[in-house]
Write a protein that binds this ligand. Structure first.
Ligand code: ME8
Length: 667
């Protein structure tokens, strides 16, 4: 997508979190993703509104409050600051924090329900069915085989049978309207797999949605229902937060509502897609409002292969993490390491590795080398020290402005421009991990450029050329610092300040300015502290231990390998293009595997008892390709297919969910 000069409005939201405990790394992740995208739009000069908040009603909160011997209101009041403090610690800059116990929200949610009733889309009937309190949702297909205590099909916890008089929303009337809407908006949900799941759920037919609860008292009173004293179903009023945050239901706020709605992006985890992609758009259609423009659905942060969650007890405390590693390093790590469209594993060793290699080595060290070298050059020529009254501590190195650059420096400049374009695409799709991978390609290229020119040697013979190398490197670093600002705001402000520039987000389209940058300005450097320090694992051993206590239960340290060990194993995806039995062997199949640029290889695999040769044709699988060739039954095998045994003892191929190019290496 090309940058544009017109000022756009961008409204982004996070889920509002249940206030049953302090936020954990999972809650931080959604909020962080939204903050990074919001900041990216701020960089583009868009007017941004970013809403987050807390979901404070319902049975789940009432039960947690009861267990803590508090009223629900006291209980949630006591926890709110934990959310707000954590967001502040991580420089999350939201525009509005909605508490669903706030008066304006309660009033707006009631108004919303009144409009559903006025639209003729509701009716009264008895509800009978299963309810899952941890998910706060009605379950149509519990795991009945677990009777006498059926379990929730989503979270595997106990469900209870519910019989109550309720008001239904005629969701079933919206099947075709929703399908039309999905067709007309093919980018409504990212990633595509989640969108396909939603479409097939709706195609299977929709049941009407219960809007009210009589068996729960902690909630927003259902409008005009003095007979049953019911409350609004917690999910219905929670979804309303996206519009009450911008004035829905409040007179005099119509302009604000129209300015921001429909929301440009709802960020959410994959557990709550149906609420956002089906119920929410249908209810909005009912009251004549547009559905949100887009949903960005992310996966789980896992610890030891399990979803991090309060009920499993494997949560990681974001505050403790920040104290040990700093907010920006954690921000970077979460965005870089967790592929947004998939689940991702969290581990302290990966975090330390990223800080050490990407941030301290590749980025921080380059900045440090440039500013200290420029300073040393200036000192040598004594430009500033001749000025009376100037202390050495005030000394700033300068990099002079350049009117033109040689071919190699211009190559770096064009790389910056083309990478900005690439990053724009990834950011538009919410693919933060890919945007960062791309940015760090630029960091690496800048390092290579600087190292190849060896300015410290060049300075002895050609001061002019040295100035050009320093200027080009500083310009590339300025672009990097600006583009990385949404991810690491404080550290990048520090970096830009060391380069003698600053980050002024004042409504200009800074991304476009970067693209057009002619690289002519000079730099007045202000060397400062090292930007990132390598984690001193020993110093932090105690904290690391506490944070990773769960990992230690399952990972035996003496069985771990280093990244260097891992790098020795070359893993590649290949496509099986021929498969045949081997005479005199019941076990082996002879496979020909297409590895793209690596070529076609013969690999023998002992899967004949489980697969007919034909059923393997065309399938992709994972292979070790640098294993020493072996001769079996007179035939050479040039690699090994990786397999995992399922519960029935059948070896399963490790195939990518979507096809990838043959020969793709695993990273
Ligand atoms: O569902 N990894 O609130 P909630 C990644 N109140 N993200 C995670 C995560 C993990 N391990 N654990 C939680 C609710 N999240 C409702 C939402 S919105 C109108 C109402 C994130 O406190 C993820 O975004 O259970 C998930 O959807 C959200 O927290 C759920 O938070």
């Amino acid at each position: 997508m090309k940058t544009t000069t017109s000022k756009l409005h961008f409204y982004i939201t996070t889920p509002i979190y249940y206030v049953t405990a302090a936020p954990h790394l999972g809650s931080l992740y959604s909020t962080l993703v939204a903050d990074v995208i919001a900041r990216w739009h701020t960089l583009k000069g868009d007017a941004v509104f970013f809403a987050t908040g807390t979901d404070e009603h319902g049975q789940k909160i009432a039960q947690a409050a009861h267990a803590a011997n508090k009223t629900p209101q006291d209980f949630t009041d006591g926890l709110i600051s934990k959310f707000q403090d954590t967001w502040q610690l991580y420089d999350i800059e939201y525009s509005k924090f909605v508490r669903t116990t706030d008066q304006y929200h309660m009033h707006g949610a009631q108004e919303f329900v009144k409009q559903l009733i006025a639209a003729g889309d509701t009716y009264q009937a008895a509800y009978e069915g299963w309810y899952c309190t941890p998910c706060e949702t009605f379950i149509s297909n519990p795991k009945l085989e677990c009777e006498p205590e059926p379990l929730c099909s989503s979270c595997d916890r106990k469900v209870s049978w519910l019989t109550e008089q309720t008001v239904f929303f005629k969701l079933s009337n919206y099947q075709n309207k929703l399908l039309d809407f999905y067709r007309a908006n093919p980018h409504f949900i990212t990633p595509k797999e989640r969108f396909n799941e939603v479409i097939s759920f709706v195609q299977d037919g929709l049941k009407d949605l219960s809007l009210s609860r009589t068996s729960v008292s902690w909630g927003i009173p259902f409008p005009d229902d003095s007979v049953h004293n019911s409350v609004i179903y917690v999910w219905v009023e929670a979804l309303c937060n996206y519009i009450t945050a911008i004035g829905f239901g409040k007179s005099g706020k119509e302009q604000e509502l129209n300015r921001w709605w429909p929301a440009d992006l709802h960020v959410l985890g994959k557990d709550i897609v149906r609420f956002h992609a089906v119920y929410w758009p249908a209810m909005l259609m009912s009251i004549g409002m547009e559905p949100p423009k887009r949903l960005l659905v992310h996966g789980w942060i896992k610890v030891n292969q399990q979803k991090m969650s309060k009920s499993i007890g494997n949560v990681i405390d974001p505050i403790q993490l920040c104290q040990t590693y700093g907010a920006d390093a954690v921000r970077y790590f979460l965005c870089r390491q967790i592929p947004i469209n998939q689940d991702g594993e969290f581990s302290i060793s990966d975090l330390e590795q990223r800080i050490s290699s990407d941030l301290a080595n590749d980025l921080g060290n380059l900045l440090n080398r440039v500013v200290t070298f420029a300073k040393a050059l200036n000192e040598e020529s004594n430009i500033f020290t001749e000025l009376p009254g100037l202390e050495l501590a005030d000394f700033t190195g300068t990099i002079e402005s350049q009117s033109h650059f040689d071919r190699q420096s211009n190559k770096l400049r064009y790389l910056v421009t083309s990478i900005i374009d690439e990053i724009e695409g990834y950011m538009r799709d919410g693919m933060l991990h890919l945007a960062l991978a791309c940015l760090f390609k630029l960091v690496k290229a800048t390092n290579t450029y600087y190292n190849e020119f060896e300015p410290w040697k060049l300075a002895k013979t050609d001061k002019n050329a040295t100035s050009k190398v320093l200027a080009a490197t500083a310009h590339a670093l300025q672009a990097i610092g600006t583009l990385l600002w949404p991810f690491m705001p404080k550290k990048m402000e520090e970096m830009l300040s060391q380069l003698g520039t600053s980050m002024n987000v004042d409504g200009r389209n800074i991304i476009m300015e970067l693209t057009c940058n002619r690289w002519t300005s000079p730099f007045s450097l202000k060397p400062g502290e090292q930007l990132f320090k390598k984690p001193e694992s020993h110093k932090h051993k105690k904290q690391t231990k506490a944070i990773e206590s769960h990992s230690e239960q399952t990972i035996k340290l003496n069985s771990t390998i280093t990244i260097e060990d891992l790098n020795k194993v070359e893993l590649c995806v290949g496509t099986i293009i021929s498969s045949e039995s081997i005479p005199n062997s019941n076990k082996l199949l002879r496979l020909m595997i297409d590895f793209g640029p690596i070529g076609i290889r013969q690999i023998l695999s002992g899967i004949a008892p489980h697969y007919s040769p034909l059923e393997l044709l065309g399938r992709q699988a994972l292979f070790v390709v640098n294993l020493k060739p072996r001769k079996i039954l007179g035939l050479e095998s040039y690699g090994m297919m990786l397999l995992a045994q399922d519960n029935n003892g059948k070896p399963q191929l490790m195939s990518p969910i979507l096809p990838v190019a043959p020969g793709t290496h695993l990273r």
